[in-house]
Design a binder for this molecule. Structure first.
Ligand code: PMP
Length: 437
């Protein structure tokens, strides 16, 4: 265990983790569906690490790929230089992308992917001589990482309020006038498309010819597992097409099999112009993100008139050899075990168990798509997020890792999950809910 000086030496990310010092939780190993903690306890991973370990932990193909790569080529500068695996990976990714997307730009995280996609969208219009299109539209209760672009288009006001000036020319689609309410689950209109009407309002307000892009998560994860009704994303696509606005899907959570297809774009049948991914791209093993782009966007930068553009953007570690190797090992594992569609097979039983939670104490709503689930609890009076956090602590004591976002419990287990693990998740949760104040 750790002494006080050690606990102070490392500044834990996210302020809520000040609570961590009171009862440090240390993970020392992981295999398949389970973590092992420093006391030797087995903890079932109900959230795939942090929505990322989709193939489960310690997968031999991925471990081997990283080890081999480290011994062969540890680094290659991505500036005027490359290495073969960067291209091999791009080809492999293109084969599973939604039809219409085909090109890859590498980053190192979800936040970097988001800021890259926003810059691409603005630069794309500029290359085409439509430089007035600089405005970006996000969505209330959207989460797009923590870099300045991401918090500007994101809808979490708490993430922004400390930092003063955000990106200029940003607005947000609203579904309700109360951002604390989950519009997608309470009082859904019969036709989901109506939720997209607010984008029409913004288009009229700002003049369509000033808008570069709209960014949304197909299913919002970090703000409470919010699943849009059918028709909503289609309608956003139609409005964007009508006005020459690019549509960006942030699939950092929903990518790589979470909703039953490789990407949620395929599950919903709507293709964006740009897509951000990270997390499941390398099964969480090595940091990596990417932006997927359509031919038209790629060609504007790479095949247009030379003098028009240098898209001066990229990272030292873009296409890092270890990350590319890890991603190739990950894609092999997904392919060999059918994991990119496995959520569709397991969804029935998972959903049945999830919906059975509706009768448990404090549960006011449950939401599901593929192998992602949200269980919303009524808040403890005057203490928002506390009840769910108490459930998290109780589950941890009983050997289950979940995640909470506000008063919603989020589940997103590795896709290798079996029925017995699903039983363990919901038995543990049921016990914790029944004990919760
Ligand atoms: N976008 C979405 C939709 C996310 O869920 C997250 C992380 N949870 C991010 C972006 C940011 O990713 P990262 O933490 O890798 O920067």
């Amino acid at each position: 265990s750790l002494d006080a000086a050690q606990l102070d030496a490392y500044w834990m990310p996210f302020t809520a983790n000040r609570q961590f010092k009171k009862a440090p939780r240390l993970l020392t190993r992981a295999d398949g569906m389970f973590f092992t903690d420093d006391k030797g306890r087995q903890v079932l991973d109900g959230i795939a690490g942090l929505w990322c370990v989709n193939a489960g932990h310690n997968r031999p193909r991925i471990v081997q790929a990283i080890q081999n790569q480290a011994a062969e080529l540890d680094f290659a500068p991505p500036f005027q230089m490359a290495h073969p695996k960067a291209f091999e990976l791009a080809e492999r990714l293109a084969a599973i992308m939604p039809k219409g997307l085909s090109k890859v730009f590498y980053t190192n995280s979800g936040s970097e992917s988001v800021d890259t996609a926003l810059k691409m969208a603005i630069a794309y219009h500029r290359v085409r001589g439509e430089g007035a299109r600089t405005r970006l539209i996000g969505r209330e209760r959207g989460y797009h990482g923590v870099n300045f672009g991401g918090i500007s288009v994101g809808g979490m006001v708490a993430n922004r309020k400390m930092f003063g000036t955000m990106l200029g020319g940003v607005d947000h689609i609203r579904h309700t006038h109360d951002p604390a309410r989950n519009a997608f689950s309470v009082g859904q209109p019969a036709h989901g498309a109506e939720f997209a009407d607010d984008l029409e309002r913004l288009v009229a307000l700002h003049d369509a010819s000033t808008i570069a892009a709209v960014i949304v998560e197909p299913v919002a994860g970090s703000t409470g597992v919010l699943i849009p009704p059918q028709g909503y994303l289609q309608r956003l696509r139609e409005i964007c097409d009508k006005h020459g606005i690019l549509l960006i899907f942030d699939e950092v959570i929903t990518g790589f099999g979470r909703t039953g297809n490789p990407f949620a774009a395929q599950t919903f049948g709507v293709t964006p112009d740009l897509m951000t991914v990270a997390k499941g791209l390398t099964n969480g093993c090595v940091p990596m993100g990417a932006v997927f782009a359509s031919d038209k966007i790629h060609d504007a930068f790479m095949n247009g008139p030379e003098h028009l553009i240098e898209f001066f953007h990229g990272y030292t570690y873009s296409a890092h050899p270890l990350a590319c190797a890890a991603a190739l090992g990950t894609l092999d594992t997904y392919a060999e075990e059918g994991l990119l569609t496995r959520a569709a097979e397991m969804q029935g039983y998972f959903a049945e168990c999830l919906h059975a939670m509706k009768g448990e104490p404090h549960v006011i709503d449950v939401r599901n798509m593929g192998l992602v689930g949200g269980i919303e609890l009524s808040p403890l009076p005057g203490e928002p997020a506390k009840r769910a956090f108490n459930v998290f602590l109780d589950c941890w004591d009983k050997g289950l890792l979940i995640r909470t976002t506000g008063d919603t419990i989020a589940l997103s287990p590795p896709l290798i999950i079996e029925r017995s693990h699903i039983d363990q998740i919901f038995d543990t949760l049921r016990g914790a809910l029944r004990r919760a104040a």
